[in-house]
Ligand binder design. Structure first.
Ligand SMILES: [Zn+2]
Length: 425
């Protein structure tokens, strides 16, 4: 009996040690997506509060610090919208973040402008383009409806418009049929015209004037920070496995809404923090050191990871392997490994472990892509891959519906176990 009890306790302990903790991950995502962090942008110190929260967890798990500090400060310059934001057309008041999005490249503005509409009735071919470009639209907003426009030259012309204000108008407003999305990278440079996306179904039938009230604050040399902690290896403390993820998201769009960013990338942040929790347990300390980097500035253009790659906390040649995690909230279709074709042995190891244990449906390979925080390290010769989850069960992206409550974390346990097996072997 006694033996049985001991066996039972051992099993219990074993299970405890083995267990990835999806509840822990959910609680991290809930916190990071809460209003207290303002969408983890640079307004209301959202980034600093999120970084302090992450550091608090690192402290709890007794992670070691580089230079006596979990934070690595650096500076960014970016536009921001944390104050008034209103847009109305006639009597129709549109909802920020749902019915309209203002590009972060836009300066503050408070005015009512007449609209010049361009659609398939007056914009069918090159002659139409030439005609409209001769008009003086400097006091108007050009409203663009691309529906039913098929001419190749005209479509080519739209592409250019993305970054230029060819009409020299006060602004450009696009009518969209699908859900609107937003990007923080637009905010690196403030342009001299306002760019708006409008949701067709929210618009009144006649649009004569657009009334806009946007307050923008350009944050010059704003101090933000990466968060870093590590667990010292037993045999090779100067050789590092590295897990990375970005904790920043898009922040606020006006004073009424913020982007929660549950899948992008509270999900990856939570897994990195869960891995830190797991590997910090004494009984599973590894031979190699394991480092955890959580970056800000990703959405503005990989700024945090680029800074850390340029100002490493230890020599980058000591990185044994780096795994970046971004968008892990799904998984019904498995994972994709960016740089799999560059690091075939490591990729094959992931495939083999998964074949043996059956954690997830597929471990798909993909070539190089500078689409997340592994990239600045990879470009410096660090062996690095980027893993993201696949699956159509949750598709919200860069909109207000990327919320914690709906994040499925379908294959959280499988992906987590795959990663710890990968490191243990
Ligand atoms: Zn993103």
């Amino acid at each position: 009996m006694k033996n049985k009890i001991i066996l039972f306790l051992l099993l219990l302990g074993f299970i405890n040690i083995q267990a990835q903790d999806v509840r822990y991950a959910h609680s991290i995502v809930d916190s990071l997506c809460s209003p207290a962090f303002y969408g983890r942008g640079y307004t209301n110190n959202g980034d600093k509060k999120a970084a302090a929260f992450i550091a608090g967890q690192f402290e709890k798990h007794k992670l070691a610090k580089f230079n006596n500090n979990y934070f690595q400060e650096y500076h960014i310059s970016i536009n921001s919208f944390s104050k008034e934001m209103k847009l109305s057309i006639g009597k129709t008041q549109l909802k920020a973040g749902i019915d309209f999005m203002v590009s972060l490249s836009s300066a503050g503005i408070k005015a009512e402008y007449k609209v010049f509409r361009i659609d398939s009735s007056n914009f069918k071919c090159q002659t139409d383009i030439d005609k409209i470009l001769k008009k003086n639209l400097s006091n108007k907003i050009v409203l663009i409806d691309k529906q039913n426009i098929t001419d190749k030259e005209v479509l080519e012309f739209w592409k250019k418009l993305k970054n230029e204000n060819t009409f020299h108008s006060k602004g450009i407003a696009y009518i969209n049929d699908g859900k609107l999305s937003w990007a923080a990278s637009d905010g690196k440079q403030v342009k001299d015209f306002i760019k708006i996306n409008l949701l067709r179904k929210a618009l009144p039938s006649k649009i004569k004037k657009i009334n806009i009230d946007v307050t923008a604050d350009y944050l010059q040399d704003y101090a933000t920070q990466n968060v870093a902690g590590y667990i010292k290896g037993k045999l090779y403390p100067d050789s590092f496995y590295v897990f990375t993820a970005h904790y920043d998201h898009l922040g606020q769009m006006g004073n009424e809404v913020y982007f929660p960013g549950a899948n992008d990338n509270a999900s990856g942040t939570a897994m990195v923090m869960d891995l830190a929790r797991y590997f910090s347990m004494d009984s599973i300390r590894q031979d190699y050191s394991i480092v955890f980097f959580l970056f800000s500035g990703e959405e503005a253009g990989l700024l945090g990871s680029t800074y850390l790659a340029n100002h490493p906390l230890f020599p980058l040649k000591n990185v044994k392997f780096l795994i970046n995690l971004d968008m892990l909230g799904t998984g019904s279709e498995g994972i994709t490994v960016v740089n799999a074709t560059k690091f075939k042995d490591e990729y094959q190891r992931l495939v083999n472990i998964n074949k043996e244990k059956g954690y997830i449906k597929t471990v798909a390979e993909r070539g190089e892509s500078c689409n997340s925080d592994h990239c600045p390290f990879y470009e410096k010769g660090v062996p690095a891959i980027f893993i993201y989850a696949m699956g159509g069960e949750f598709t919200e992206y860069h909109n207000l519906d990327d919320v914690a409550q709906k994040l499925p974390f379908t294959k959280y346990n499988g992906i987590f176990n795959l990663l710890i097996d990968f490191l243990r072997k």
